[in-house]
Design a protein around this ligand. Sequence first.
Ligand code: ADP
Ligand code: MG
Length: 620
Amino acid sequence: MALLQISEPGQSTAPHQHRLAAGIDLGTTNSLVATVRSGIADTLPDADGYHLLPSIVHYADEPLVGYAAQKLANSDPLNTIASVKRLMGRGLADIKTTGTRLPYDFVETDAMPMINTAAGKLSPVQISADILQNLKQRAEKSLDGDLTGVVITVPAYFDDAQRQATKDAATLAGLKVLRLLNEPTAAAVAYGLDKNAEGIHAIYDLGGGTFDISILRLQKGVFEVMATAGDSALGGDDFDRLIAEWIMQQAGIAEDAEHQHIRQLLEIARTAKETLSTEDSALLNVKFIGWQGELNQQQFKQLIDPLIQKTIMPCRRALRDAGLTVGDINDVVMVGGSTRMPRVREKVSDFFKCEPHVDIDPDKVVAIGAAIQADILAGNKPDDEMLLLDVTPLSLGIETMGGLVEKIIPRNTTIPVAKAQEFTTFKDGQTAMAVHVVQGERELVTDCRSLARFELRGIPAMVAGSTRIVVTYQVDADGLLSVSATETITGIHSEITVKPSYGLEDQEIERMLKDSLEHAKDDVATRTLREQQVEADRVINALRAALKIDGDRLLKQDEFLTINTALDQLLKLKDGTNAQAIKRSIEKLDEVTKEFAARRMDASISKAMKGHTVNEFMEN
Ligand code: ADP
Ligand code: MG
């Protein structure tokens, strides 16, 4: 939860105890690693002096990462994997429906997507791990020691599966993840915006293949992601394509030019685009047909303005989603290599009516923010530097029948957050409900941490399943969890406040996450069986009670017999271990009792409404 104090009060580490930590921007197009040295955060170059590492891996005998892999993209496309970030935490069906077209040889499977390569079947997690490993080696070589831990950035919109996949990749690369940090938060931290008391910031991130706009609110030292929007298929690559098409027109190259010619043209286009960020014009030299030309600023603007305009729409949407107007934004931060284009800066400045922050190299800014956080998390800062988190580290759930956990707020949800879930009574005439609040990733209550218990009393006695109890979990900016339960017909209400992170050490969080991964399979099987057993008990109890009260009154003899046969069948199966058989038997019983249940529900409602007007119920 938020407000985990990372460094012990009063204990600042002496210089000789300085722990090596790094921030990693694991990007779709480029990745970087940065660290804080002598109080200054900066990115680390490779042996050739390059700071950026293209997020591309080539597989043959040994994985090759970065520029070396990029060179092989043309000659060996199926073994050269780029943009793997788009696949993280996604199923193959997902990837296909989101329209991400990646030219790899995917293994058809329902589980994690795998790509066939010369080095075997590889998952996106493994491929990302190879990129991370490369950055790890770079950092350890240049810092001359092992890294204690790293902060890795992820897009603010990444869901739990995508975040988990990123973390798994780090583990696989032998890295200890101190924290996953939202990319826009990292950018804001790099500019020291977290040092202000409060403010609302827009982070405009135009990278190689994606555009993201995030609206962050800083309050009492906690960053809240108010809204995110963007376009997952809009980035620098699209600018390159546009220029390449223009060159083809100018040079009279046929539209169906050969594949390698298109590649070359894209290269020429990208170089021209990058040149135009600082020069008045760019020379174009298309060697394979012996054509030369020039692209000037005027022509360039005309070409790219529609693309830049396409980023403004999501900016409007994000503001609207956050319930804000342009005037509410205090700072705009530019992130991503493509925001080097002066025209992009100009348009963004026009829209937000303020000068954006551009002092820090826009393709390094995320890694730098991550490095600053990593430095604090590793314990290298004096006691007044406290790190405030902006996400829940573990899921918050509620105990349901059979000692199972229903997750209400999944871990890594940005805070503040409120989520509600509806529950109903298990037994006929039940007038109280126990709410047990737990924290953790496992399926069984006994494997999670118990945070609090309370009771909701005074539920009107009704047939099981006909009351509606709304349980709301709310985590505020201080990391305080409050849980409330309300019965919707009468409005009776009960609540409790807990501080879930209290006493929970980082190591403990790590252990709980590890356990959940290790036991994931058993847990699912146990859960399925338990769920069916609980459901069987519920159905049997409810049916028996109902038969006792209304069986004679509402059922004919043959109906009664059919129901009894199905009931006996379920009683026989329910203590066994075949979840599927129990499920089928419940379904069967459900089917033969439908009519009976309907007759009872009618009777119950007309009784409950006696002496009341219909309007009374409508108002509640
Ligand atoms: P990502 O976050 O997607 O990994 P980056 O932030 O590294 O990507 O951005 C890469 C994009 O930035 C590429 O399309 C590249 O052409 C573009 N880019 C880099 N430098 C410049 C520049 N000087 N002018 C214009 N575009 C640039
Ligand atoms: Mg990026």
